[in-house]
Ligand binder design. Structure first.
Ligand code: SP5
Ligand code: ZN
Length: 342
């Protein structure tokens, strides 16, 4: 299959994040995407092509326009205050505060448009964010044009970004925009299957009241793990979306035997929905050696994920999400893809 990849992700670099009481170098490293790209070449998965420029029309259908318009202005607002380093929020409009009044000052705006301190912005961030969006839509267009599958090697990732906020290293929800673009270009039903270790809270929120995009998440139980405030099994969709959101929370220590039961059930539900196309939010932070995660999948398990997805027999767009064991991220992510190709 073809891989779509942009070197413009490299401008999103050296961003800091808040971890365990300290501001530290972020886990979401430039080298992540470089290792995956190198492994695509090493195994001869197929050609690596650059993205085409895409406008933000489909993005505006899943994100709030005020949020999308804010993103490219962050760095200049930050430096206008004489600051450098990493733009990060430190205050958020939680219960009991006004979430309906937009502040003017950059610190208030950053808090208003985020849910954590995991989304640092540096000078090259917006260009990387836009390139990641373009990567997803270019790969979506390949599947739309009849390819069995395509790999969007997105960086930064997207599945924690909601309609109006960033979080968890995610700014634009690449998988959600791709699903919307596929709907806008003729697909009647789209399924998003999110296999990242963390719950894809942004994707769930975006499609929660819609029946035309099924969202299925396999993830660490939010009682124990980030993002903590969404991803429980009783969240099943609302209104026209009722029954089209499915969550499979799993406990710390989950291994392939347990995780693959959820995958089998998820795939059966997906097949019942009978979508025209499947979008896989492909995180490999379920890996046993991931530095921020607590599942136990082994390198040999990742091709089995691809094999199971291939058995659905549906056009499939893979969109890169998380995975922080940098040395193994290429082997594990590309393992899913080679498993899919059989
Ligand atoms: C796309 C994606 O996978 N985003 C993940 C965001 C996770 N943010 C919370 C990170 C918590 C890090 N805890 C570190 C523990 C180190 N031992
Ligand atoms: Zn993750």
């Amino acid at each position: 299959m073809k891989t779509v990849f942009s070197p413009r992700h490299r401008g999103h670099a050296d961003q800091l994040e808040l971890v365990a009481g300290a501001i530290v170098p972020g886990f979401e490293l430039v080298s992540r995407a470089e290792y995956v790209s190198a492994q695509v070449q090493a195994v001869g998965l197929g050609p690596i092509i650059p993205p085409d420029e895409h406008d933000l029309a489909s993005a505006h259908r899943v994100h709030r326009s005020d949020y999308l318009n804010f993103l490219p202005t962050i760095w200049s607002r930050w430096t206008a205050e004489g600051r450098n380093g990493t733009a990060l929020p430190f205050t958020w409009p939680t219960r009991g505060l006004r979430g309906d009044v937009l502040p003017e000052f950059i610190d208030g705006l950053l808090g208003y448009y985020s849910f954590d301190a995991g989304c640092g912005i540096v000078e090259g961030s917006w260009d990387a964010i836009k390139s990641s969006h373009d990567v997803a839509l270019t790969a979506a267009a390949l599947v739309h044009a009849g390819e069995r599958a395509a790999f969007a090697l997105c960086r930064p990732p997207g599945h924690h970004a909601g309609a109006g906020f960033m979080g968890g290293y995610c700014y634009i929800n690449n998988a959600a925009v791709a699903a919307q673009w596929l709907r806008d270009n003729g697909a009647k039903r789209v399924s998003i299957l999110d296999v990242d270790y963390h719950h894809g809270n942004g994707t769930q929120e975006i499609f929660y009241a819609r029946g035309d995009v099924q969202v299925i998440n396999l993830h660490a139980d939010p009682m124990q793990e980030y993002p903590y405030f969404l991803g429980h099994a009783d969240e099943r969709g609302l209104g026209e979306g009722e029954g089209y959101n499915l969550n499979y929370p799993m406990r710390f220590g989950t291994d392939w035997a347990r995780w693959s039961q959820s995958l089998d059930d998820a795939c059966a539900q997906l097949a019942d929905y009978a979508p025209d196309v499947v979008v896989i939010s492909l995180g490999v932070d379920t890996f046993e050696k991931d530095p921020i995660s607590k599942f136990k999948l082994k390198t040999e398990d990742f091709p089995k994920i691809g094999e199971r997805i291939a058995r659905l027999g549906l056009p499939t767009l893979f969109v890169m999400e998380g995975g922080y064991a940098v040395a193994e991220i290429g082997t594990n992510a590309v393992g899913v893809l080679t498993g899919f190709e059989g």
